[in-house]
Design a protein around this ligand. Structure first.
Ligand SMILES: [Zn+2]
Length: 276
C-alpha cells in the first residue's frame, strides 16, 4: 500500500491489534494498512466508541466539561494570533462540546461529525449546528476563518482529500488548528508498539509535527505556532484507558471516578497553520 500523504512506496513496520502498520520510505509517515472508506468511519465512530471504553471515550458526556474547557483553552490561545474572531468549522465535533467552548470565547460556527446519532444529540440537546459527515466529502457554500481538528487527523481515511477540502473551505489567511498524537514523542518511543495510540482500526495515521507541517504545505498551509496542550481527564476515563492497557487490575478500584487527573500530554502536540 502506498503512503496516503506522498503516495510513495512503504515498508512493513510492525503489527498492532492484528493490523499491519507501514512506514513510508520517503516522508516516513506511519499508517495502518487498511483501505478505509466512509463506511469504515461510520462503523468505528458508532455509539460504542463513545461509551464503550477502550481506545475511544468512556462515557462521553462525563467528559463534556473538560471538552468545553478545551475549547476555552484554544480560544484563549488563538487571541495571540488571530485579530478577529469569525466563523469556525470544528471537524470531528461529536456532540459539540469543544465547539461550545469556542462559542463561549466569541467564535460562531458549526461542527462536523461522522456519527449521525451523536450529531443529532448535539443539535437536539445542546442546540448546536452539528452537521453529519466527514471532511473528506463535506460540501458547503460558505468559507471559514478557522478550522479546528482536535484529535481528529489520526482518524482520517483519506488525509489528502481531507486537507485539500480544508484548504478549499478556508478563507485566504484563514487558520487551521490541529491537536494530535506525536509519533516522535518520548512516550511513543518508550512504549514502542505498545504505545496507546497504536490502536487501529480506529486510528489510521500516526503523525509527527515536522511530518504534518511538511505535508500540509502542499495545500497552502504555513506554520504559525505549536506547543503541547495540558490536559485533564476524569478518573473514570483514566481507569478505562488503564484497563485497556494493563487489563482488569484491582488497583483500578482505588481511582476515584469523579476527580479530574492531569493526564501526561507529552505525546500530544497542537499546531496552528495559516492558509496563504
Ligand atoms: Zn510518504
Amino acid at each position: 500500500m502506498n503512503c496516503p500523504l506522498c503516495q510513495s512506496r512503504s515498508k512493513f513496520a510492525f503489527e498492532a491489534k492484528g493490523y499491519n502498520l507501514l512506514d513510508c520510505v520517503k516522508c516516513k509517515h506511519r499508517f495502518a494498512e487498511i483501505s478505509a472508506d466512509e463506511k469504515h468511519v461510520a462503523e468505528i465512530y458508532d455509539d460504542s466508541y463513545f461509551d464503550g471504553g477502550g481506545a475511544g471515550y468512556s462515557d462521553y458526556s462525563a467528559e463534556s466539561e473538560m471538552l468545553i474547557k478545551r475549547g476555552h483553552m484554544y480560544g484563549d490561545k488563538l487571541k495571540k494570533f488571530v485579530d478577529k474572531k469569525g466563523k469556525l468549522l470544528d471537524v470531528g465535533a461529536a456532540a459539540g462540546f469543544i465547539l461550545q467552548g469556542f462559542i463561549d470565547e466569541g467564535w460562531n460556527g458549526i461542527g462536523l461529525e461522522p456519527n449521525a446519532e451523536i450529531a443529532k444529540i448535539g443539535r437536539d440537546e445542546f442546540g448546536l449546528d452539528i452537521r453529519q459527515g466527514s471532511l473528506e466529502s463535506f460540501e458547503i457554500e460558505e468559507k471559514f476563518d478557522l478550522i479546528s481538528m482536535i484529535q481528529v487527523v489520526a482518524h482520517f481515511y483519506e488525509p489528502r482529500k481531507a486537507f485539500e477540502n480544508a484548504s478549499q473551505l478556508l478563507k485566504k489567511d484563514g487558520f487551521l488548528l490541529i491537536e494530535t498524537w506525536n509519533r516522535e514523542s518520548f512516550s511513543a518511543k518508550v512504549f514502542g508498539k505498545n504505545w496507546h495510540e497504536y490502536s487501529p482500526p480506529s486510528v489510521l495515521q500516526w503523525f509527527s509535527l515536522d511530518g504534518l507541517t511538511e505535508f500540509v504545505q502542499e495545500f497552502g498551509f504555513e506554520k504559525v505556532s505549536s506547543g503541547r496542550p495540558s490536559k485533564k481527564i476524569s478518573g473514570k476515563h483514566a481507569k478505562s484507558l488503564l484497563k485497556y492497557r494493563i487489563g482488569d487490575n484491582f488497583l483500578l478500584k482505588l481511582i476515584p471516578e469523579s476527580i479530574n487527573f492531569p493526564y501526561p500530554s507529552e505525546d500530544l502536540f497542537w499546531v496552528l497553520y495559516k492558509k496563504k
